[in-house]
Structure formats: C-alpha cells, structure tokens
Write a protein that binds this ligand. Structure first.
Ligand code: ZN
Ligand code: ZN
Ligand code: FE
Length: 753
C-alpha cells in the first residue's frame, strides 16, 4: 500500500474533473479523496494500483481538461475507507479560470429527446458544456459563487448534482424546466410580451425584423442574413456602413452550401468552443450582399447554446449574429440596457434571468496553413492563463494599449490575459476596462504593486497607470508585440522580431509600425523600419488612405509630376486639394511621420485603386486580400539603406502597373510578396535567430499563409493562443516586467506552452 498526495494545476475545474478522478479511483480501488483548492485539484490516494491510477489520470483526461503540472508527493498512510469528492475550499491560487463551452453532443441528444425531462430545455448543460467564466463571481468555481446561486435545485437536479456517476455531478449551472432560469420575450421598451418567447422571436425573424438575443457572454443582434432589407436596415440603425457582420448557420451542412472550408476550419467551427471563424465565402449564394461588402471572406459560426438551437429548429435561413453594442463599445449583457441603449435598433428582445456576470465577446479566429491566428480572444478562450513555476511575491498589472484593449495580471503563480475589452476612449469602454481590472483583482485576491503601460501619453490605459500613484513602467508598443509572442512560447533568448502594425508610439515620438528588431526580454535594438512617411492630416489620413498614398507620391515625384500623374490616388483628388496637401507635406503641417506597415497597406490600397476612403480599420488590406493570387510571387523593388526600408521604387512600379488591365490582382499579389522578401532580407543576415512576428498586419490571411510556407519549417513563432494584434500588448508588457523586476527572485520562472 502506497499513499500519495497529488496536486494538479491547469484547466481542472468546471470540466468534470473531480468525477473523472472519482471514477478512476473506483476503477483502481483507490481510497482517499479529491478536492478543489486554492492551489489546484488535490488528490489524496492510497491503494495498490497507485501507478496505474496516476497513469489513467494523465491519459484519460476529460475532453476540456488540461493538466499544466502534476506534483506527486509520497505521504504517510492514513487508512481511508472509501474514496470521496470533498467540497471545495475557498481562496484563489493557480487554478485556471474555467472557460465557457458550447452545447455538447450528449446534452444536444437529450434536448432533442421528447421523453427526456430536459426536452427542448434552453439551459441544458453538463460538466462537459455550458457557461463558466461568464457566470463566475469569484473562484473556485462552485455554484454558490456563480449567478446560478439564485436558483434552488429541485430534488431531481440535486440527485444528479451529488451523484458521482452522473454526467452532471457538480455541473455548477445544472437546472431543469422545474428549477432553472426562464426565457422571456420583451418589446424594444423592455416590456414583457405574453406568449412562447421562442415562437415570438422566430416570428419576428421570419418577418425580417431585428432581435437581440442573450448568448453566453452578452447579447447578439440577429436578423435574416439572406434578406437585403433586413441586413441594410440593421446597418442603417446601427450606423455600421460596411464592416463585415458575422453569420450564424443552423448546421455544418448549411454552412457547406455557403462557404468553402478546409478540414482545419471545419473542425474548429464544429469543435467544443464554436468561435467565429473567418472562411472563404462561396459566390452566388442567397446571402445578402450587405453582409460583407467587397470582401470574399465571411465570419461564420454555429449555434453554441441550447437556445440558439431551439431558434434554428424553426428557422431555415442563416442569421446575422453580431455583438449587441454601439460601434466598438463593449458587448451589452442586460436586457434593460438593450432596451435603453439599443431600443431604436431592435424590434424585440429574447432574454432570460440567468445573469451574465462577466461580459465576453465571441472569439474570432482565422486559420492559416492549419495554424490558428487569434483575431479576437473572447468566449471559450478568455481569460487565458499561463502558469508560472515559482510564485510571484508581487502582483503586476499590465494595462495594454488602446484599440482592442485587454489587460494582463501577473499574480501568485499565473500570468492571466483578459478577453477583448474593445476600443478605449468611450465612457462605456473605459468603464468596462476598469471593471475588468476589478474582476481580476477579485479573482486573484490582489492589489497590484506595479502598473505597466504603453508609451502613448494620452491612452486611457496610460493615464490610468500614471494617475494611480504606484510604480509604473512604460513598454514600447512594438517591442511589446514581440514580447507577447515570446511570452506565449516561453522564450527568453535573443530573437529577430517583426512588428508590423497600425500605429503605435515610438521611442522617438514618431508613429512606428513597420519595425524590425533584435530583442530579448531585457531590451531591443531597432535594426530596420519603413522609411517614415507623412500622414497628411494626421488622424484624417488613417480614414483616407489616399492621403498617405499622396505623400508617398510626393516622396517620389515633383508636385508638377504628381498633378499630371495618371493614378487612382491622384484621380481621387481635385488639383487644388493636391496643391494644398503638398503644401502641408512640404511645410510639415499636421503631417506626423509614421513607419507603419498597416498604413503602407492602406496606401497601396489607394495606389492600386482598391479603396480611397475607409469605413473601418484594416479595410484596405482585407479588400486587397481577395485579389491575391498565390501563383504570383514576384516582389516589387525596394532598397534598405542605413536601417531604412525605402519604398520609392515600389511606389513607381505600382503607379505604372495600376494602368494595366488586371492591375489589382498583380498589385495585391506582388505587394504581399514584397513584404515577404523584405522580411527575408533581415532573416538572411540574422539566420541564427528565431523569427518572431506580432502586430495587426499579420491578421492578413494571405500574408500569414505565405509566411508559414516560407518560414514555417524553421524556428518561426507566431501567436496562436493569444491575439496576434493589440489584444496581447498587455501580455507582452507583463512578460517584460516579470523579467526585469529589481529582485530577480520575484520573477518566478517561466514555462512555455
Ligand atoms: Zn453537455
Ligand atoms: Zn431541476
Ligand atoms: Fe499594435
């Protein structure tokens, strides 16, 4: 007889882990107990088959569980007479926060079975599926600390909840039609309408109306995605002109008829999380052209709650399902707020009384060469916990950047990155930012000792750090992009980093964004960058790529030449406007310099005649992407002089090409090839270093696919678990700080994934 204490960390709560341990203990005739504690799941086990039991724990893990570490200590024999599951102890430690999961097949089968007591029950769940993070007040994850505490279990539910052999043993949100939450249908003033809520919602959707529907992390706005009238009405009411809208399909079969998916995309779309995945749209379907104008890709997902499924029982067309918010503000989680703030957008509200405690947008993912590119980390993936092997003695809060805001906390034995907060700068977004900070402090029971921020002086996040009277450290934005990737992979060696981005504040006060650096966890050296160009009119140039393109033309041609130049860019201006902007350029009036690769994409989109004025960020790149032909690999010309990547030769070639037929296909493809070759130039002179990339430009599917093909067999690192854009700036800031604490012993040590 041997006796062991086993401590497990990782995703071990809310995934049916304790019943799993119980079952394995029974199989191997072990005695003792299993308990959720502040330090993870602790098992005390005695018996003759200890080795086989431990092996089974490792090998037969429940579907969503993940063991990050397993510590096994031999201990004194106690002589337990049975194996039991003990109640959780309070407190927080290194347990990863359990994540929300889509309806599982077993629950789906039950809700479809007319003899089951949960037949057509909109809140069915089990230890394999259902809400988690979105309903937790504070860990550890137990019903009394979730929004389900308001619902008293009936005797049948309680019997399942306490039966270790049941799939719902300690399924914290367990409920049934007798004891659980109830659906309600409201009009756009928030007044309840009598009748079957689902039937009322279906009726409205069929009539082309717009409804708000409560999902896991917030409300969606939904309408018929095949109806031009409905979709354009939604756009009109939401003031959202052309930014693509996500579409929910009833089934994989229906999705097949609208999109072209490969095996990787199909498996993530239909997997346990069911995030939004960006895939190629088929031509000639009945989907409204207003869903994703001018681009050939579509954000799609499948029903992930039982309520979604019930809706699709009666609806045979795909539905727009976009986060209910005002422009880029946080997702709304309460029905009264929908009525109050979006009452003029929706015609009705399908809601219920299980409250959402932590708002969370849907995750958005793209696959490139079989690898995940995380565009927005939310439901099912956030918060993302990276374990530390040694506990921190201090806690550190990193505040991220401004757009696609997210925060990261280093406390005790964790680095935790929050989900997508949104673009800061509105009262709602800034409020959500501060609420997320509070949630993290509560979850990890800490008051941060240091605050880490971007260098940009006017970001809400920077101001928060500076005004808080604590230690605060600024980390350069593009360096943070590289560090975020290093953090995800646990790297601390010297690397060659490419940070290609929109705009971020540089150390010289210019707007950086096309940066090549040699970096480690202590600092970086900028070894290459796009030769800075003027953003004529500052922020206005970000909306109007033609202004950036024009400044590139001024770099290459005289004013007189530009005035007679035949180019889509010059054609988008009147002569006197060109003269005026030239004056601005010459005198450097409201013409901040930028080395941003994102802005270069925009400029090329103008020079190539793709688009002159943007409606949303990244639109230029997205439109160009649909013209990329992978068989065209000839780059444009550029030179590298004293660290500066000089683009005038390319600008001239594009101007000439833009007059040809088939110009768009050639320009888009050759431009992507140029970026690739630009990177190759630096890789060749630093071939001993691992390649790291980061920044919003890498959201470009065509570029990422080509990079994986070109560099993927070597030491090439691109984030897969955390966002490749500004959504992981906080992770990079935190990773830097953990390596640069005044007392190195505070730093813990890192374990890559
Ligand atoms: Zn289930
Ligand atoms: Zn019940
Ligand atoms: Fe950035």
């Amino acid at each position: 007889m041997i006796s062991y204490k086993i401590t497990l960390k990782g995703l071990v709560q809310g995934v049916g882990f304790r019943p799993f341990v119980y079952r394995e203990a029974k199989v191997h005739a072990m005695m003792g107990f299993v308990i959720n504690t502040a330090d993870g799941v602790v098992i005390e086990a005695e018996g003759c088959e200890c080795e086989a039991f431990i092996k089974a724990l490792r090998e037969n893990l429940p579907k969503h569980a993940r063991i990050d570490s397993m510590e096994i200590v031999e201990r004194e024999f106690c002589g337990y007479s049975d194996f039991e599951i003990r109640e959780s102890t309070l407190g927080v430690g290194s347990v990863a926060i359990p994540l929300d999961t889509a309806l599982c097949p077993a629950c789906q089968a039950e809700m479809d079975d007319s003899s089951n007591r949960r037949y057509r029950y909109p809140f069915i769940n089990c230890t394999d599926c259902g809400p988690r993070y979105t309903i937790i007040q504070i860990p550890p994850y137990d019903r009394v600390r979730t929004s389900m505490k308001h619902f008293t279990m009936c005797s049948k539910c309680e019997a399942e909840y306490t039966d270790p052999s049941s799939r719902r043993y300690h399924a914290e949100p367990i409920s049934c039609p007798d004891c659980g939450p109830k659906l309600r249908f409201l009009d756009n003033n928030g007044n309840e309408i009598a009748g079957d809520p689902i039937a009322l919602a279906v009726e409205m959707l069929k009539a082309g109306k717009i409804i708000a529907l409560k999902g896991l992390g917030g409300f969606h706005l939904m309408c018929d995605a095949t109806s031009d009238t409905s979709v354009s009405e939604l756009r009109r009411r939401k003031h959202r002109k052309t930014k693509p809208l996500a579409v929910m399909f009833s089934s994989l079969e229906q999705l097949e008829t609208y999109t072209e998916m490969n095996e990787d995309e199909r498996s993530i779309i239909n997997g346990p999380i069911k995030p939004i995945v960006i895939v190629r749209a088929k031509n000639g379907t009945n989907l409204s052209a207003h869903v994703a104008p001018a681009i050939d890709r579509l954000g799609v997902f499948l029903p992930y709650t039982p309520l979604h499924r019930l809706l699709f029982e009666a609806i045979d067309f795909p539905l727009i399902a976009t986060s209910a918010n005002i422009s880029d503000e946080p997702i709304i989680v309460r029905a009264d707020e929908i009525a109050h703030r979006l009452g003029n957008v929706v015609d009705g509200i399908l809601s219920h009384d299980r409250s959402i405690i932590n708002a969370l947008d849907d995750s958005v993912i793209q696959m490139a060469q079989g690898r995940v590119v995380m565009l927005r980390m939310g439901r099912g993936f956030a918060p993302h916990t990276l374990p530390l092997t040694n506990p921190l003695t201090k806690s550190i809060l990193a505040l991220g950047a401004h757009h696609k805001s997210a925060i990261a906390l280093g406390a005790k034995k964790n680095m935790v990155l929050s989900g997508h907060i949104g673009d800061l700068g509105s009262i709602e977004a800034d409020g959500y930012f501060e609420r997320t900070i509070k949630t993290f402090k509560r979850f990890y029971d800490c008051e941060p000792d240091s605050l880490i921020h971007d260098l940009h002086p006017t970001y809400t996040s920077t101001r928060y750090a500076v005004e808080n009277n604590k230690d605060h450290i600024g980390v350069q934005h593009h360096y943070a992009h590289i560090l975020a990737c290093m953090g995800e992979y646990g790297l601390d060696e010297k690397v060659l980093g490419f940070a290609f981005d929109g705009t971020g504040y540089g150390e010289d006060g210019n707007l950086w964004g096309g940066e090549v650096m040699i970096a480690d966890t202590h600092g970086f050296e900028r070894i290459g960058f796009l030769k800075p160009f003027a953003l004529l009119g500052g922020d206005k140039a970000i909306k109007e790529p033609r202004r950036i393109a024009l400044s590139l033309l001024f770099e290459r041609y005289s004013l007189d030449e530009v005035l007679v130049l035949k180019s889509p860019t010059t054609e988008a201006f009147l002569d006197h406007e060109i003269r005026q902007l030239h004056h601005m350029w010459l005198k450097k009036i409201n013409a901040p310099l930028s080395s941003s690769m994102g802005r270069l994409f925009d400029a090329v989109a103008s020079l190539g005649g793709f688009i002159q004025t943007l409606d949303y960020e990244g639109q230029g790149g997205m439109i160009m992407e649909s013209f990329v032909d992978d068989s065209i690999t000839e780059p444009f010309d550029f030179t590298v002089t004293d660290r500066e990547i000089v683009l005038s030769p390319m600008v001239e070639q594009i101007v000439v090409l833009s007059r040809q037929s088939d110009a768009k296909r050639l320009i888009a493809s050759r431009f992507i090839a140029t970026v690739e070759v630009m990177m190759q130039h630096f890789v060749d002179s630093h071939s001993e270093l691992p390649i790291i990339i980061g920044g919003g430009v890498f959201q470009n599917h065509a570029l990422m696919s080509r990079l994986y093909r070109r560099f993927g067999n070597g030491r090439f690192y691109a984030q897969q678990q955390t966002p490749i854009n500004d959504g992981s700036i906080a992770l990079g800031q935190l990773y830097y700080t953990l390596h640069n604490l005044p007392h190195p012993e505070d730093a813990g040590s890192f374990r890559g994934l």
